[in-house]
Design a protein. Structure first.
Ligand SMILES: *[C@@H]1O[C@H](CO)[C@@H](O)[C@H](O)[C@H]1NC(C)=O
Ligand SMILES: *[C@@H]1O[C@H](CO)[C@@H](O)[C@H](O)[C@H]1NC(C)=O
Ligand SMILES: *[C@@H]1O[C@H](CO)[C@@H](O)[C@H](O)[C@H]1NC(C)=O
Ligand SMILES: *[C@@H]1O[C@H](CO)[C@@H](O)[C@H](O)[C@H]1NC(C)=O
Ligand SMILES: *[C@@H]1O[C@H](CO)[C@@H](O)[C@H](O)[C@H]1NC(C)=O
Length: 452
């Protein structure tokens, strides 16, 4: 048989064809996800979190050995791509990632078995299918960035720094359909770690995107800054070139290929701050290509550049400590506040409906405080190892002791609530001031808003 014919015959005999490297339309993407779901019922679960403005389903594929529901002790991870409709590499990276994980699992490859055995991975390949449908293939132009109502979805989330009154005025049902869908999604599951994939630069950006009172050298520093810097470096250093920090000609150099979001350019209503502040999910914004719509011929190389970093980042869901909080009768309790000394999160982290908490921390000794009504405040110091290599965070349960009921009727330990008393300091939604630097800052913000 001539060699070429032999290759052709082999191709036709190969049962499950691998995903091809090209841009898939919304319909093709849907078909692909439906097919993966149908042929892998043991590890895949396809669900919709809602519809876009034009009624397209926002499909999420969950992968894991128990894909249909949460399992106590198994952290929930997510990737979101294409929230800007014309930033398209992330869509295809997500499909390749799904293909790779499923194929690896079917072939008994340890790396895939370990990920799907130890975590549940949710993938939303497009958050803005309407924008994608009208996207320009230009590298920088922004046709297709916005949703069908011409709203930038990465500016439409509630913002902790933009003032509480403004948030209340803009209540949830006035927000864009795609943003409402994600907000509802975050209520159905307690996600631990997440990234949203963008294009137009090559950098891993981390919270805060907007300004609080903790500006340090131009950065808006969150209480978990050390963890965020580590997470961003895991992505940039496992990437073929992101860590060099100077790959895109039209972009500023980024030391280590990472940046504090605010320090790059302040923005209000972003998704990563929302995830972190209100959903206790640590999220990064990954800018994965200099060109927003790279030529299809570059897709195999771009997948190779990102594959290792996408997998390494997922493993970071096992940083720190996880466990449950039990009340005086040994029942796991929801809404117990689990705080780490020195980390004053705007909304303190709370246990979920399974009584679980997950706290991403770098190795070290940490003092924990657990607060729950009717119970004594519990403190403990934990020596936290590096979990990702073991595919599990350190496990630690907290057993609370009930306060002996006396004549004292007042709640002795009111649980802390979200702290939104922070004053806006020159953030993207600040009242306009006309000092030279503020004008410069907002001008930069406008220019940069065309880039991410
Ligand atoms: C996914 O596959 C399962 C099992 O075959 C099926 O019951 C379910 O309806 C599928 N989901 C979708 C959205 O098609
Ligand atoms: C993977 O392992 C399972 C259980 O050990 C076995 O039944 C199956 O045939 C293996 N599959 C491959 C492709 O090696
Ligand atoms: C999967 O998890 C089970 C129990 O959680 C463990 O016994 C098994 O070794 C794990 N398998 C892999 C491949 O990690
Ligand atoms: C944490 O504390 C223990 C006991 O005091 C000590 O042995 C250990 O080295 C500490 N770990 C770190 C990372 O500082
Ligand atoms: C809320 O933040 C402000 C400003 O940082 C601080 O002064 C105040 O103590 C905080 N309140 C709580 C309950 O953490």
């Amino acid at each position: 048989m001539p060699p070429l014919l032999f290759v052709l015959v082999l191709l036709f005999l190969t049962p499950a064809s691998t995903l091809d490297f090209r841009y898939h339309s919304n319909q093709e993407m849907e078909q692909y996800l439906l097919q993966v779901n149908a042929s892998n019922p043991d590890i895949a679960h396809l669900y919709s979190i809602g519809q876009s403005v034009l009624g397209r389903e926002l499909w999420v594929l969950a992968l894991g050995v128990r894909p249909r529901s949460h399992t106590v002790g198994i952290p929930e991870f997510k990737y979101v791509a294409n929230m800007h409709g014309n930033e398209v590499l992330g869509r295809e990276l997500m499909l390749q990632l799904v293909d790779d994980l499923v194929r690896g699992y079917r072939n008994n490859e340890t790396w895939s078995l370990q990920i799907l055995n130890s975590s549940r991975v949710h993938v939303l390949p497009t958050m803005n299918p309407d924008g994608f449908n009208v996207a320009d293939t230009h590298c920088q132009f922004s046709q297709g960035r916005l949703n069908h109502n011409n709203i930038d979805l990465n500016r439409n989330f509630p913002d902790a720094f933009a003032g509480l009154r403004k948030q209340q005025q803009l209540n949830e049902d006035k927000r864009e359909a795609e943003v409402r869908a994600v907000m509802g999604w975050l209520r159905t599951e307690t996600f631990v770690l997440s990234a949203n994939l963008h294009g137009g630069a090559l950098v891993a950006s981390y919270p805060y995107d907007n300004g609080g009172s903790e500006l340090v050298g131009g950065a808006s520093v969150s209480p978990d800054d050390d963890v965020f810097i580590h997470l961003a470096k895991v992505y940039s250093h496992n990437h073929a070139s992101m860590h060099r920090g100077d790959v895109c000609h039209d972009s500023r150099p980024f030391l280590d290929g990472i940046t504090n979001g605010y320090q790059w350019y302040p923005l209000s209503g972003g998704m990563q701050d929302y995830n972190y502040v209100w959903a206790q999910c640590l999220e990064l914004t990954l800018e994965v290509s200099c060109c927003k719509f790279p030529p299809a011929a570059q897709l195999p190389a771009l997948w190779t550049d990102n594959r290792k970093s996408l997998l390494a980042f997922m493993k970071q869901v096992h940083l720190g400590v996880k466990g449950r909080v039990f009340d005086g009768s040994g029942v796991p309790v929801q809404n117990a506040v689990v705080e780490v000394k020195g980390r004053r999160n705007l909304c303190p982290f709370r246990t979920d409906r399974h009584g679980e908490y997950y706290r991403l921390l770098l190795p070290g000794n940490y003092s924990f405080t657990v607060t729950y009504p009717g119970h004594e405040v519990l403190t403990a110091t934990l020596d936290v190892p590096y979990g990702p290599d073991q595919f599990s965070a350190m496990k630690h349960d907290f057993l609370l002791r009930r306060i002996a009921t006396t004549t004292d009727q007042t709640p002795t330990n009111a649980t802390p609530t979200c702290n939104h008393t922070l004053q806006q300091v020159g953030g993207a939604a600040a009242a306009p001031t006309w000092s030279g630097s503020a004008v410069g800052l907002s001008l930069v913000a406008v220019l940069r808003s065309l880039i991410d």
